[in-house]
Design a binder for this molecule. Structure first.
Ligand code: GDP
Ligand code: MG
Length: 359
């Protein structure tokens, strides 16, 4: 199966990604490695989640800020959540803390963390499958309960009943909804369900620093489930935050790790979610904006400000590649590389856009 991008509605808000997995898999350590922040505090039972913002590293934005002499640089950010275990709820050895399920329903994506640093003898694939079966079961339960309720409902429910039945049949085979083909109408119906096994997910194999570049065997089966796998030395990378960025880079290089986990992961997540980046740039600021792949110039305008969308006249667009070569608006114009586009123009990744609008 081809990896599929997210069903998507996420273009207008900040992407929220939650870290889940068994106890002591290193979830909080992964959170620290990715954000440099303190993780959720297990003693704090009122705030079960800790939020951290990750700025998406973006060399194109850096280049634009320099070329325009921008005073400010605004990268795309995404939110990462770490959860504290509920001491009452979690069974030792459980794949997932059941009390978490309601907290992860409204997330856009999941990071599934499995440990490999303890000399664990459970194979990665089995651990991930255990974790996934919790998600599959939760969805099955939800779909069944909804079907039960539909029996009592009057009116047009045939379509929903059929769609749900299709899901139930899939889930019964232990398959995540991520790999089920759903029509736009079906997706519409399920948009408020927050099905867990439908969420885009990445697997993080938490390992020691000298094991990051190992090639995992037997992960094809996970790929069939729409899961990409990343190896990450969470404890090692979490400690790197104590160093200056030069020192960090040096230690990573010594360990033979190509790029910090945050960079590798965020890029993959972004792709999985079917998101692209467009830019607005000038002297005040160079700004990266997240947008749904396939979105129009009008949606891009909406992303910036609803007033700009309301008064939309046209979009002046230059591709990042053209700008990078020519390095100034004047030369872009001269070379005839500035395009005037209407509201239906489909924005491409890397477009630098200036919206003309009247108020
Ligand atoms: N050696 C080693 N220990 C780790 C690694 N990641 C986490 N740990 C340790 O494993 C324990 C549990 O980690 P934690 O992040 O709290 O797990 P959580 O329960 O999933 O949030 C802690 O003592 C961590 O220091 C790792 O990559 N290598
Ligand atoms: Mg934790």
């Amino acid at each position: 199966m081809a990896l599929r991008s997210h069903d998507s509605y996420v273009s207008l808000k900040r992407v929220k990604t939650g870290i889940i997995g068994p106890r002591r898999a290193g979830k909080s350590t992964v959170f620290q490695a990715l954000t440099g922040l303190e993780p959720a505090n297990p003693a704090d039972i009122r705030n079960r989640a800790r939020f951290g913002q990750i700025r998406i590293p973006d060399p194109r934005l850096d280049f634009l800020a320099q070329a325009y002499g921008s005073r400010k640089k605004v990268p795309v950010e995404l939110t990462l959540l770490d959860f504290a275990p509920n001491p009452k709820d979690q069974k030792e050895g459980a794949a997932l803390d059941a009390s978490l399920l309601p907290l992860i329903r409204d997330l856009d994506a999941l990071l599934l963390v499995v440990p490999e640093f303890l000399g664990e003898n459970v194979p990665v694939r089995a651990m991930v499958e255990n974790l996934e079966s919790e998600l599959v079961f939760a969805d099955f339960d939800q779909a069944e309960r909804r079907l039960e309720r539909l029996k009592k409902e009057k009116g047009q429910v045939d379509f929903e009943r059929e769609a749900l039945t299709k899901c139930v049949r899939w889930l019964e085979q232990g398959k995540p909804l991520r790999t089920l083909d759903l029509t736009p109408q079906e997706l519409q119906i399920f948009s408020s369900f927050g099905f867990l096994s439908r969420k885009p997910a990445l697997v993080i194999v938490n390992c020691e620093a000298d094991q990051v570049n190992l090639i995992d065997e037997g992960l094809d089966k996970l790929r069939e489930r729409g899961l990409e796998t990343f190896r990450l030395a969470a404890a090692f990378e979490a400690e790197l935050w104590e160093l200056e960025s030069d020192g960090r880079r040096e230690l990573l290089a010594e360990a033979g790790i190509e790029a910090p986990a945050r960079d590798r992961l965020v890029a993959a997540l972004y792709r999985r979610l079917g998101l692209i980046t467009f830019y607005t740039a000038g002297e005040p600021e160079a700004h990266a904006w997240q947008l749904r792949k396939g979105a129009s110039a009008l949606e891009a305008a909406q992303r910036i400000h609803s007033d700009i969308a309301r008064g939309f006249i046209r979009a002046e667009v230059v591709s990042y590649e053209d700008f990078a070569q020519l390095r100034s608006d004047a030369r872009v114009r001269q070379a005839g590389k500035l395009r005037l586009e209407g509201r239906d123009y489909v924005v491409r990744d890397g477009d630098i856009i200036h919206i003309r609008f009247k108020v």
